[in-house]
Design a protein around this ligand. Sequence first.
Ligand code: KG4
Ligand code: ZN
Length: 336
Amino acid sequence: AEKNLILAFETSCDETSVAVVENGTKILSNIVATQIDSHQRFGGVVPEVASRHHIEWITRCTDQALAEANVSYDDLAGVAVTYGPGLVGSLLIGVTAAKSTAWAHHLPLIPVNHMTGHLYAARYVGEFKYPQMALLVSGGHTELVYMKSEHEFEIVGETRDDAAGEAYDKIGRVLGVNYPAGKTIDEWAAKGKDTFHFPRAMEKEDNLDFSFSGLKSAFINTVHNAEQRGEKLNKYDLAASFQQSVVDVLAEKTMRALDQYPVKQLILAGGVAANHGLRSRLEHDMQKYHPDVTMLQAPLKLCGDNAAMIGAAGYMDYEHGDRAKLDLNAEPGLMY
Ligand code: KG4
Ligand code: ZN
């Protein structure tokens, strides 16, 4: 079979990443340079700092991705790049790198949506079957996406306020956990119990939307009130209670979505898809309520932002004939 190698760029937020992917299913290299250290002292991503990092790292990451994959520009079939959604200054670095590469080496330029990219991280564990439902949970998004086919996306449910990952990061700050807090809270949750019973917003409502700001406030109030009483609460139980609330709502709404939209497959992807509580809860619920629907969970290592997922989505777009011209611009608010 023909080998189509895609060079992929991802710079939408605070990871500079370049990958070489074969036929959208095999990772030859996936370099991820994280800037977390530079943002931690600010408690979040500082856009200006992020852009500067991307500029500094993008060439090194590209050289390394090609070297590790042992390919040259002549071997490539195309260049894929995230052009939105994300931070405009960050996106522009990847878009400019991809355009320069495409122009200099006469390669097709393939524009990729960051959220489609997250979805395609799951493509590395199995073939996609349609119709399909996806639970996409990241630092900026929490949504249920119904896909009739490869290019027909419909958001059937979404958060009305904070994204799930954002809620993790905000309550993490109250517990003194560095940004991004999700991974640590997840680890703490495994050591505690749901003793606080925080609210589960909209859980029983007949829609597919989410809300996490009430949970966040309830959590913060509980911690602050205890502090005022001079009481120190068990951080493991706090984490477990918070996580149970998030997981309950995400799982409940996902099952509801599958009741309403008959699909062949459920995809779990995005940074928060790395959550152990969420992964095992969905495995349990799918077996119990939707045993005929197969689930593909993005591999742990590909849940966070990375260029391999952009290469997988880019290959699908490439096969579909999607091409951008050299006037491609970053689109920070891009929808599907
Ligand atoms: O997809 P991602 O890397 O970046 C965005 O596109 O937003 O997601 C990052 C988010 C952060 O909010 C981080 O705290 C969260 O994913 N996260 C987790 C876990 N690992 C990362 N949240 C819960 N549990 C985890 N294990
Ligand atoms: Zn992301």
